[in-house]
Design a protein around this ligand. Sequence first.
Ligand SMILES: [Zn+2]
Length: 340
Amino acid sequence: MVEVRVDEATGGWNVLAPRRAARPDESRTPGSSPAAGSSPGPTACPFCWGSEAMTPPEVLRVPAGAPDWRVRVVPNLYAAVDPPGDTVRAPAPTPESPAPFTGRHEVLVESGRHDWDLRRGDPDEVATILFAMRERCRALAAEGPAAISVFRNYGARAGASLVHPHSQIVALDQAPPGLLDRWRRAREYHDRTGTCLHDAVAAAERRAGERIVLDLGEVLVFQDRAGSVPHQTTLMPAQRAAGLGDASDQILTVLAGTLPRVLAGLAAVLDDPAYNLVVHAGPVGDPAAEDWYRWHLTIYPRVTTVGGLEIATGVAVNPSTPEQTAGALRAEIAGRPAAG
Ligand SMILES: [Zn+2]
């Protein structure tokens, strides 16, 4: 059972999920690449071709029924949330625990090959992954969650316990305070100015220029002006859509060619860092959200650690500025031919 408890001092939510401690852990080397971190374990790894029986029944396989599938999506055996409607196991609401923390937690296995590497993925392979993510976002949205979060943890320092390439999708029946706060800021910006906050950010980055890594028109890659960690990098699609479920084929195709280049560039300038890749999205099922929110991807390299000042004040200390670092990533990527 999973329980959310409210930190009375901050109002933030903490999820207490003891079952996650039972996850198999094969990521012994922090930030290590799949190739270097651990040898492929066909008898131990539940995500490899041939190990399908080791996971809960799949919710998606691409292509359907293929033994040499390209992408597989399965419920997370060690989910951070309980399934919706699991009222027997969900705790009763109390002031300290406001409501059952329920939803869906899925794992998207990005390849049947243990040593497949997203950085070297060809655009067709990566497009298959992004289209599968979109398909699951749409299917989960039909269940009426408040929020859907898509993310990828790479390396032990980013929380990845299995090195086999995978991403995760979590649909939440209620949005936590931090997420509500992001949405509120974007909505208030729109109320105040009549424009979308993320459109305004992209326009400002294009005017400033110095933090831009790559401008493909349909996708703008830049380093966040107030990045909390070195080389925090955002890929901003130029499409009127609040969530990945509404992404266009064209945008996903451009992203599929771009994401490996950006990740390869970050691996070169930061020596294969652990990272969290997060899809930031607006609320699910609110058609008006496309007025004030644009879904986007942000990569947070895990090359610094949280210190006392951050814990005490909530202020992240980034030992670099994006104006210093964006140029290095830009040059690294410019020196690389586009994948495929
Ligand atoms: Zn594997």
